[in-house]
Design a protein around this ligand. Structure first.
Ligand code: CP
Ligand code: NVA
Length: 312
């Protein structure tokens, strides 16, 4: 039993550095046990409700598979299947589901919705992506960096792309864990001041250097990790044409990566659009670890579920 039992997992900043390190260690332990076929039915008899208001491949499959591997059950509830936000309030949905299931994972648009769900639920709520944050992804990213580099602190991560949910969660995660983080985003697509300010406060404690500019070369200079995300996130489809123009000079390609360290890691949360945010030779090249990173969603989220849903 950890102190995390019963807690929501809405953003990384709700946790301490020690708690994140605990989750990473626990994820490694569960990964090792799964590989050696050890039984791990930590959530036997428990159910996770999974609400999806946006599409998903990794989040849906890794949470559902993770619950199965932990001996529990997962319910897939798409926006077409439940009344949430249409015929029923968020508060009522939270109160009703709390009587049936032991945890809820939700992917939605506004971060305020997940906060309202959490305020009204008596079970843990896990953020499976909002417009503002994607903490499960960044937990898996930290696990990947730790496995590949042997440490978190001392690395420099360059994020080139949109100052949206991935950039927000990465800058918070890096700031907490002592990873220098340099963002390069087009004008008008920057991470909001409130999140930069929060990241800088966290960085002051860890010693990380956090910066944001409009200059991809500056961000990638001497980087250990290069990270990018789609130019058009879910919910922003109407802006696609403007975005293609705004992001044209923010592609991760051979010309840009020459400014990074030779052994840089290429990370991407996926799904990816080859030819847009990065060229095919980068994502499918020798420095790319995107599929190890995708696999780590499963292990990281098992650690989260087992901890907050009272399984360990
Ligand atoms: N990275 C990620 O969250 O992928 P999905 O949208 O497929 O869940
Ligand atoms: N920024 C992307 C991440 C997808 C995992 C989106 O929100 O669509």
């Amino acid at each position: 039993k950890t102190t995390l039992e019963g807690q929501h997992f809405l953003t990384l900043q709700d946790f301490t550095k020690e708690e994140i390190l605990f989750l990473l260690d626990y994820a490694l332990e569960l990964k090792e046990k799964q590989r050696s076929k050890g039984a791990n039915h930590l959530l036997e008899g428990k159910t996770l409700g999974m609400i999806f208001e946006k599409s998903s491949t990794r989040t849906r499959v890794s949470f559902e598979t993770g619950m199965f591997q932990l001996g529990g059950h997962a319910l897939f509830l798409s926006k077409n299947d439940i009344h949430l936000g249409k015929g029923e309030t968020i508060a009522d949905t939270a109160k009703v589901l709390s009587r049936y299931v032991d945890g809820i994972m939700i992917r939605t648009f506004e971060h305020a919705l997940i906060e309202e769900l959490a305020e009204n639920a008596s079970i843990p709520i896990i953020n499976g992506l909002t417009d503002d944050f994607h903490p499960c992804q960044v937990l898996a990213d930290l696990l990947t960096i730790y496995e590949k580099k042997g440490n978190l602190e001392g690395n420099k991560l360059a994020f080139v792309g949109d100052g949206h949910n991935m950039a927000n969660s990465l800058i918070i995660g890096c700031a907490m864990m002592g990873i220098d983080c340099s963002l390069a985003v087009p004008k008008g697509y920057e991470v909001k001041d409130a999140i930069m300010d929060k990241a800088k406060i966290l960085a002051a404690q860890s010693g990380a250097v956090i910066e944001q500019s409009n200059d991809p070369k500056k961000a990638v200079e001497n980087a250990d990790i290069i990270y990018t995300d789609v130019w058009t996130s879910m919910g922003c489809e109407d802006e696609m044409d403007d975005r293609m123009q705004a992001f044209a000079k923010y592609q991760v390609n051979q010309e840009l990566v020459q400014y990074a360290k030779d052994d840089y890691l290429f990370l991407h949360c996926l799904p990816a659009v080859r030819g847009q945010e990065m060229t095919t030779d980068i994502i499918d090249g020798p420095n790319s670890v995107v599929f190890d990173q995708a696999e780590n969603r499963l292990h990281a989220q098992k650690a989260v579920m087992a901890s907050v849903m009272g399984g360990n």
